[in-house]
Ligand binder design. Structure first.
Ligand code: NAD
Length: 249
C-alpha cells in the first residue's frame, strides 16, 4: 500500500480510462497525484470519488501554455516531480483517402506535441532517479485500417522516448512506454462512429487477441505502477505491450 509513498506523480488524461485507473492506484500506493484533464466538470466529478493527497489541473495538452501551467502548478504545490505519466490521447479514425490537415493536426497536437512540450517543461523539476512514462499503443507495430495518423502519432512518441532515454541518462531518470492493446475505456465512444460500428470493431479486435478479450484500465494501471516503482529499477527505454498477446502473433 505504500509503493509510491511521498512520490509526486503527474498524470495527463487522468479523468477517464487508463489515466483515472492509474491515478486511483497511485493514490492507494501513497503517491501525491496531480490529475490533469481537459474538462473541469469531468475532473470535478472524479475528484469526488478519490481520496488521498491530490490536486486537479485543467490543462489542454495540445496547448503549450497549458503544459507550462500544469508543471508550474505541480511544482508550486508539491515542489518536485518523481513520476510524469503522459497518457492523454485521442484516436479518431479515418481512411487515408479522407485525411485532412485538421485531422492530422488534432491528433499530432494532442498525442505528440503535448507530451513533448510537457516533457520539456517538466524535466528541470523531475528528481534525479525519477520516471517518465508514455502511453503509446500496439498500433505502432501493427496496421489497423483507419488508424494511420493515430498509429503514426504513437510511432513518433515511441521514437521521442528513445532519444529522451539517452538524453536523461546522466540523471538516472528512467523512460518507459506502455503499449496497450484494446482496452475497455471510453475512447471508443469518442471516435465519432455509430455504436454498431464500434461494437463490430471491438469484436474484431477481441478475436485477434490470444486471450480473447479486451483488457481493462486496471491492467494498464498495474503496469504503470510497476514501471514507476523500484521493482522496475533496471527497466529503461522499453515499450511494454499490455495487449493479451495481440502484437506477438
Ligand atoms: P479515454 O478517452 O478514457 O482517456 C483519454 C484521456 O485523454 C481523457 O481523460 C481525455 O480527456 C484526455 N484528453 C484527450 N484530449 C486531451 C487534451 N487535448 N488535453 C488534455 N487531455 C486530453 O481513453 P484511454 O483509452 O484511457 O486513453 C488513454 C491513452 O491510452 C491514450 O493515449 C490512448 O491513445 C491510449 N491507448 C488506448 C487504447 C485503448 O484501447 N483504450 C489502446 C492503446 C492506446
Amino acid at each position: 500500500m505504500n509503493t509510491l509513498q511521498n512520490k509526486v506523480a503527474v498524470i495527463t488524461g487522468a479523468n477517464s480510462g487508463i489515466g483515472l485507473a492509474t491515478a486511483k492506484l497511485y493514490l492507494q500506493e501513497g503517491a501525491k497525484v496531480v490529475l490533469a484533464g481537459r474538462r473541469k466538470e469531468a475532473l470535478d466529478d472524479v475528484a469526488k470519488s478519490l481520496s488521498g493527497d491530490f490536486i486537479t489541473v485543467v490543462a489542454d495538452v495540445s496547448k503549450s501554455d497549458d503544459n507550462e501551467r500544469l508543471i508550474k502548478t505541480t511544482v508550486d504545490t508539491y515542489g518536485k516531480i518523481d513520476i510524469l505519466f503522459l497518457n492523454a490521447g485521442i484516436a479518431p479514425p479515418t481512411p487515408i483517402s479522407d485525411i485532412t490537415v485538421a485531422h492530422y493536426d488534432e491528433i499530432f497536437d494532442i498525442n505528440v506535441k503535448g507530451p513533448i512540450i510537457a516533457t520539456k517543461e517538466a524535466l528541470p523539476h523531475i528528481n534525479d532517479g525519477g520516471t517518465i512514462l508514455f502511453t503509446s499503443s500496439v498500433v505502432n507495430q501493427k496496421g489497423f485500417d483507419g488508424l494511420s495518423v493515430y498509429s503514426a502519432s504513437k510511432g513518433a512518441l515511441r521514437s521521442f522516448a528513445r532519444v529522451l532515454t539517452s538524453e536523461v541518462k546522466s540523471r538516472g531518470i528512467r523512460v518507459n512506454s506502455i503499449a496497450p492493446g484494446p482496452i475497455n475505456t471510453p475512447i471508443y465512444g469518442k471516435m465519432g462512429l455509430p455504436q454498431e460500428v464500434v461494437e463490430d470493431m471491438g469484436k474484431g479486435f477481441a478475436e485477434q487477441v490470444p486471450l480473447g478479450r479486451f483488457g481493462t484500465s486496471e491492467e494498464i494501471a498495474s503496469t504503470a505502477l510497476f514501471l514507476a516503482s523500484d521493482a522496475a529499477s533496471y527497466i529503461n527505454g522499453i515499450e511494454i505491450e499490455v495487449d493479451g498477446g495481440l502484437s506477438q502473433i
